[in-house]
Design a protein around this ligand. Sequence first.
Ligand SMILES: Nc1ncnc2c1ncn2[C@@H]1O[C@H](COP(=O)(O)OP(=O)(O)OP(=O)(O)O)[C@@H](O)[C@H]1O
Length: 445
Amino acid sequence: MNQAARVLIVEDDDTLRDALCDTIEFGGYRAVAAGNGREALSRMESESFDMVISDVQMDEMDGHGLLREVRNRKPEMPFVMMTAHGSVRDAVSAMRDGATDYLLKPFEAQVLLDMVARMQPTAEAGLPIVAEDPSSQQLCALAQRLAPSDATVLISGESGCGKEVLARFIHNESNRAEKPFLAINCAAIPENMLESMLFGYEKGAYTGAHQSRPGKFEQANGGSLLLDEISEMDLGLQAKLLRVLQEREVERLGGTKLIPLDVRVIATTNRQLEDEVREGTFREDLYYRLNVLPLHLPPLRERRGDILPLAKLFLNRYATVPGAYFDESAESALVKQAWRGNVRELENCVQRAVILARSNVLSECDIVLADQFEVSADAPAPAATARPALEGDLKLREQELILQALDATGGSRKETAEKLGISPRTLRYKLARMREQGISLPASA
Ligand SMILES: Nc1ncnc2c1ncn2[C@@H]1O[C@H](COP(=O)(O)OP(=O)(O)OP(=O)(O)O)[C@@H](O)[C@H]1O
C-alpha cells in the first residue's frame, strides 16, 4: 500500500487512546497518540499527518481549541471530532467550526476504520508519479496503454517500490478516473475483518454488527479497487474473492441480495505468486484470474534515474524553509545507496534530512539511513523526532526473534505465531511493517 496514512489520535483517557491506536494500526494505518490539544499541536509541528481524530473534553487544550488551531495552520487537514453520545451540540458546533466529520462515542472499531478510509482519498488522490528512468518511462507508457481496459492488473515488486502509486496512475488514466479508487491492505487486516470489509455485512450478521455496511467492492462500484498484498489473503477468503470476480456480483455477509459490480480490480504482491501457487498457499485459479495484465515494478536500485527526481519531490514536500536543495555531495550519496526499502526508505530519509539540516543546503552528512539513525546515541536530532535508543533496540530484537522463529518453522506463519505466543494477525501485522522497512522475509509455508 502507499505509505500508510498517518492518523493523529488526541484523547486524554489512556485506555481508550491505546484502544483507538491499536484499531487504527490493525486497520493498516499509522497511529500517533497525543493526550491533549497542546501535545497534538506540538507533534504536528515536527511530523506530518494525514488526519486528526480528536476527543472534545481535555485539559490543556480541548478538541474545539485544537480544531480552531488546526484550521488556522492547515485548512485542508481532515479533522474528525469524537463527541459523547447525546451531546449533539458538540458535534454540531464542531462541524460549524470546520470539522470534516464526527464520531459519536461509543463506536465500533469498524466504524472508526470506515471513517479513516473515507478521509483518506482526499489526502492521497493527487499523488504525482515520478518516472524519469527509461525503464520507468516504458512501464508508465505500458500502464497508460492498458489503463482503459477493464481487465485485472497484477503489479509485482518489492515492498515500498511504488506499486500503489502505479495502481493509482492506472486508475487516473482510465475511464474510471472520476469514480472512486479504494485500497485495502490484505496483510494488515485480521482475516475475519478483511472479509467483512471487502464484502460488507448486514445488521446482525455477527455479534457487533449493529448496522449494515457496504464493503469495499460496493463502495468502489464504477471505479477501481486495489487489493494490496494479495498473497497474504488466506485460502478460504481467496475462494470467496474468486467467486466475486467471476460472477461480478457480491453478497454482503448475512445478506440475501446479490449486488451487481462494475469494479476494476488491481492487485499487488511483493512475493512471487507463482511460487505461492506451487507451494499451495495461493489458489491457481485465482492467480490466473488476477494475472491478466501483469506489470513488474523494478526495485529503486535498478532504476537509479528515478532517485534524484524522487528525492527532490520529497524535499519539496517536506522542506520547511524556502529554496531548500541538495548539494553535490548529498546528490551523489543519494544515488549510491542500495535503498533496500525502496522509495519509502528514500522518502523517510529525505524527511529526516530536512529535520537534521542546519540550513537550506542539504549535504551528505544530512543523509542518514534509518539504521544509522536509530543506533547512534549522539545523533544530532531534536528529541521529539529521534526514536529512543531502547525502543530501537527492542524493535530490532523483536525482528530478530520473528526471523529466527520463521526460520525454525520453515516459514510457516501459523507455527511462528504459536511459537512466539502471539496471534496470527499480530504476526501478520508485524511482518507487514518489517516488509515495509525492506526486510526480506522467507516465503510462507
Ligand atoms: N514513482 C513515484 N512517484 C512518486 N512517489 C512515489 C513513487 N513511487 C513511490 N512513491 C512514494 O513512495 C512511498 C511508497 O510507495 P507505495 O506505497 O506505492 O509502495 P508499495 O510498493 O505499494 O509498498 P508496499 O509493498 O509496502 O505496499 C509512497 O509514499 C509513495 O507516495
